[in-house]
Structure formats: structure tokens, C-alpha cells
Design a protein around this ligand. Structure first.
Ligand SMILES: [Fe+2]
Length: 298
């Protein structure tokens, strides 16, 4: 009887200990290695939307935030937005609007946003890097604002810019996004990335191209729906929300493991941002107001 009791007791203990060990390892490994990274872009001076996005990021306990540029212009609080981005983002890249307004040649009175942000912030913007890359779960991920050729070349998988102002800076094939160019400080000896993340479009999307992945977080402060017109569609709740992307995987790891990309939309008080705009003396208000309310591309 005693032998039977001991057999049952020890085999039960072994099962419990084994399961505890597996559970412990799972929790330990997930807690220590799997990580979420928020990728934000195109805030464009919209402090109300940026605060809502950072609230969402904090609720999800995400510690690492990377920004793909165009922090400034379009909406009135580029000064506050720069300060918040500088404080909370681990990586900040330069966008085309940031470059235009922060250029050292720009004289006082030329751009409303430049006068608003002042010289110290302009110097910070002008010196931002144009590319960042890192490994996540064995994938080399390269980030830039719009392309490996300049801050303005555009690749849009949802809309062909054949007869638009972008026709001369259009990129025709997604292959071009993976090129190693001098503009991003690369040579032919450098590795070709597995994934590209870029902003500039203001419309979020993720797609596969051959054996590669391309993602775009859309815009925090100036969301755009390519086919929308100037009219406000009262039934549309989605297009005007702030957007960003969450990547999840093992940061800085070259070993293949689980990886995911999550597209997030965040509601914010659009009318409050419109009030900020109306109270300011920023030029071009009416188009910006319509853009905020309808996700109209302009
Ligand atoms: Fe932009």
C-alpha cells in the first residue's frame, strides 16, 4: 500500500513540476524576449491625435516607438509635437515636410511652421537620419520616410499617380523600395532587407511582394483615403482615425521566430484639433479642416 502511495505521489509531483517548468519557461521567454514596437508616422503637427496614439501605446505597455518622419506642417502645434516625439521615440527619421521647413536657407516669414518651431527645433529636424534598420525575429527590417532615393519619391500600391503632381517622382515597382542606395548610406555589399516600412502615403497598408513584406503605418495626424472627395461622409468612422502599426517579435535577434504586424486605428477628438487650428493664424485652414473631417487627399 505504501509503495503504491509513493508511486502515485512521485509521478503526480513529476507531472506538476514538468508542467510548471514548461509554463515558467513560456512566461519567462515571452516576458524577456518577445517585444512590441510601435511604428508611427506623419503626425503633421496634430497634437490631439498624437496624444491619443501615445495613450493607446501606453495602454498596450509598448516601450519602443519609432517615428518615420513628417512630424511637422499642415496642423498648428508642430512645436509641441516635436518635443513629445523627441521625448518618447527611440528612433526618429526625417520626412519631406520636415526637411523643407527646417532647411538652414529658409528665411523668417517664409513658412508659418518654421517661425512657430524656432531655430533650435529646426536644427534638430534638419539633422535627423533618413534611414534605420534592425532585426526582428530573424527579419532585417528597413525603415525610411518614402523611398531609398529621396524623401519625396512615392510608391503607392493603392493608387496610380499617373496624372497627378507626383507623376515625375513615382516609383513603378515595389522592387525599387529594397534597393541599396547612396541616399540611405548603403552600397551593393549591404544586405537586402526582408521587410520595408515607410510612411509618406498617409494611408495604412501591408502587402506581400514576391518573398518580401512591405508595410505603411499611415498617418497619425493627417489620415488620407485615396478615393475620398471633399464631402464629409457621415457614415465613415474609420478613414479619419489616427493610425499606426505594431510589430511584435524578438528585437535585435537574427534567429527566425514568430513575428506579427498589427494595423491599429485610434479615434481622437477631431473637432478639438479643428478648434486649435481655428484659434491659430496658420494659413490654409479650410483645406486642413476638410482633410481632418473627410480624410480627403490634398
Ligand atoms: Fe506626410
Amino acid at each position: 500500500m505504501k509503495i503504491l502511495f509513493n508511486k502515485i505521489f512521485y509521478s503526480t509531483r513529476l507531472i506538476v513540476e514538468k508542467n510548471y517548468y514548461i509554463l515558467y519557461n513560456k512566461i519567462y521567454r515571452c516576458g524577456e524576449i518577445m517585444e512590441k514596437i510601435a511604428i508611427i508616422s506623419d503626425v503633421h503637427g496634430n497634437i490631439t491625435a498624437l496624444k491619443a496614439v501615445f495613450d493607446d501605446i501606453e495602454k498596450r505597455n509598448i516601450k519602443r516607438v519609432f517615428c518615420l518622419g513628417d512630424i511637422t506642417a499642415k496642423l498648428p502645434n508642430s512645436d509641441l509635437v516635436i518635443d513629445m516625439i523627441k521625448e518618447k521615440c527611440e528612433v526618429v527619421l526625417k520626412g519631406n515636410c520636415d526637411e523643407i521647413i527646417s532647411s538652414p536657407e529658409i528665411k523668417k516669414g517664409r513658412f508659418w511652421t518654421r517661425d512657430r518651431i524656432g531655430e533650435k527645433r529646426a536644427e534638430y529636424l534638419y539633422n535627423l537620419p533618413v534611414m534605420y534598420e534592425f532585426y526582428l525575429s530573424g527579419h532585417l527590417i528597413r525603415l525610411f520616410h518614402s523611398s531609398p532615393f529621396s524623401l519625396s519619391h512615392i510608391f503607392n500600391p493603392m493608387f496610380k499617380n499617373i496624372n497627378t503632381k507626383y507623376k515625375d517622382i513615382q516609383i513603378s515597382s515595389p522592387d525599387k523600395l529594397f534597393e541599396n542606395t547612396e541616399f540611405i548610406g548603403k552600397t551593393s555589399d549591404d544586405k537586402i532587407p526582408d521587410m520595408i516600412g515607410y510612411g509618406h502615403l498617409h494611408t495604412p497598408n501591408i502587402f506581400r511582394w514576391k518573398n518580401k513584406t512591405i508595410f505603411n503605418p499611415g498617418s497619425v495626424g493627417a489620415p488620407t483615403e485615396m478615393l475620398n472627395d471633399y464631402e464629409v461622409d457621415e457614415t465613415s468612422k474609420f478613414s479619419t482615425m489616427a493610425s499606426y502599426i505594431i510589430l511584435e517579435g524578438e528585437y535585435d535577434s537574427k534567429s527566425l521566430s514568430g513575428i506579427s504586424i498589427n494595423l491599429v486605428r485610434v479615434p481622437y477628438d477631431i473637432e478639438k484639433e479643428i478648434e486649435n487650428l481655428r484659434k491659430s493664424d496658420m494659413p490654409g485652414k479650410e483645406d486642413s479642416i476638410q482633410m481632418l473631417r473627410s480624410a480627403w487627399p490634398y
